[in-house]
Design a protein around this ligand. Structure first.
Ligand code: BGC
Length: 407
């Protein structure tokens, strides 16, 4: 098996604003967290105080061999009221992006990562009458203000999951469970992506791309009904998005985000069935299936776009499991490259233990631990050093090479 990554391959980790910054009080998510009976039982509170600590955080990531970093800018801070843009918030993000540049980290900047301004949600969110125009106005403002400091624009984070979690499963805002609206929202988000690509080209030099979550979907049983239901879900969650992307109007690259294998069961009230007994699972009960990353990269390559893995990671209290996960999933990336797929970088989810949406702070996705009760102290885990050895050498066989100096 090939163990070397191509020259120029980008290495890093990803975060999103609401999950790390803290105090995102003008957002729909903050309100969702603070609504009695909400599926999100915990306040994001101060996050991990990244809003104030981004410089030391980037120092740490650069010292750990990262050459790229993915973050999001927060719409609810930048446009706290309709049409009213905060120069201070935009100036903050300029300082953030300058700090990345100063440390030699390439930037992947997400324009929309799950959170909306509360006022936008009140107007109907993505289903509001002027949603696309309002989002486009926000994108134009952000790109005009920050575009010179951005390398890669991630237009919309996981549109399929925004639609699925928010409009079918109902555990993200707006908490709706309606199959008609689920399908509608996905199509609106695809349109929003295409507009954001055009807006990026008009205002910035950055390369725009969509970042999609691509799960492996398997039928829970081998009967025709279950298989057909799996095909329907795959068409709606995967094919709808990938088939819409054409090099050019669809962006310059595609971000692949991969976590798990899902078993689809039409008889299950939760859409997905639990993994079969004996399957390795994470702290969140997600099935670990590394070959799936190769499978989804091969599928994504059919778009004709160059690929970056923009999220991949495991929730676990046991960091040794994260090292195993990294080894298996980076191996799957190499397998895909061996298949001829053009994969140009890998951004792990996540840089830090952070706010995992409706699950609060319990799941530990980070390469770096954060003790929120001890002054937000950061401490890289052994997996962060394992990742560093691969990032700095480009050689997967160095992952466990403790005690050996990196060339
Ligand atoms: C999201 C992240 C999230 C991660 C783990 C992705 O769906 O983009 O915000 O924390 O998965 O659940």
């Amino acid at each position: 098996m090939q163990l070397l990554f191509p020259d120029g391959f980008l290495w890093g980790a990803a975060t999103s604003a609401h999950q790390v910054e803290g105090g995102n009080v003008n957002s729909d998510w903050w309100r969702f967290e603070h609504t009695p009976g909400s599926p999100a039982g915990v306040s994001s509170g101060d996050g991990i105080d990244h809003l104030n600590r981004y410089r030391e955080d980037f120092d740490l990531l650069a010292s750990l061999g990262h050459t790229a970093h993915r973050l999001s800018v927060e719409w609810a801070r930048i446009e706290p009221a309709p049409g009213e843009f905060s120069d201070a918030a935009l100036a903050h993000y300029r300082r953030v992006l300058e700090a990345l540049r100063e440390r030699g980290l390439r930037s992947f900047v997400t324009l929309h990562h799950f959170t909306l301004p509360a006022w936008f949600a009140d107007r109907g969110g993505w289903l509001g009458p002027d949603a696309l125009a309002v989002f486009d106005r926000y994108c134009a403002r952000v790109l005009a203000a920050l575009g010179d400091l951005v390398d890669f624009v991630c237009t919309i984070n996981e549109p399929q999951m925004v639609a699925l979690h928010g409009y079918l499963e109902g555990y993200h805002p707006p908490g709706v469970t309606n199959a008609v609206l689920w399908k509608r929202v996905g199509r609106v988000l695809l349109e929003a992506h295409h507009r954001a690509v055009a807006t990026t080209r008009a205002h910035a030099d950055a390369a725009p791309g969509l970042v999609v979550q691509l799960p492996v979907l398997a039928p829970a049983r081998e009967d025709a009904v279950t298989r057909r239901y799996r095909d329907e879900l795959r068409a709606e969650i995967v094919d709808l998005y990938l088939d819409a992307l054409r090099p050019g109007a669809g962006g310059d690259w595609l971000g692949v985000q991969y976590y798990r294998k899902n078993w689809v069961d039409p008889a299950s009230p939760t859409i997905f069935a639990p993994p079969p007994p004996g399957f390795a699972t994470t702290q969140l009960g997600w099935a670990v299936y590394a070959d799936g990353l190769r499978e989804v990269l091969v599928r994504a390559a059919r778009t004709g776009l160059p690929l970056y893995v923009t999220e991949n990671g495991i929730a676990t209290e046991d960091d040794a499991e994260r090292v195993d996960y990294l080894e298996a999933h980076l191996g799957a990336v190499l397998d895909a490259i061996g298949d001829g797929v053009d994969v140009r970088g890998y951004l792990h989810w996540s840089a830090f233990d952070n706010f995992e949406w409706a699950e609060g702070y319990r799941p530990r996705f980070g390469l770096i631990a954060v003790d929120r009760a001890a002054g937000f102290r950061r401490e890289p885990k052994p997996s962060a050093y394992a990742f560093q050895r691969v990032a700095e050498s480009g050689d997967l066989s160095r992952l466990r090479a403790t005690g050996v100096a990196v060339a």
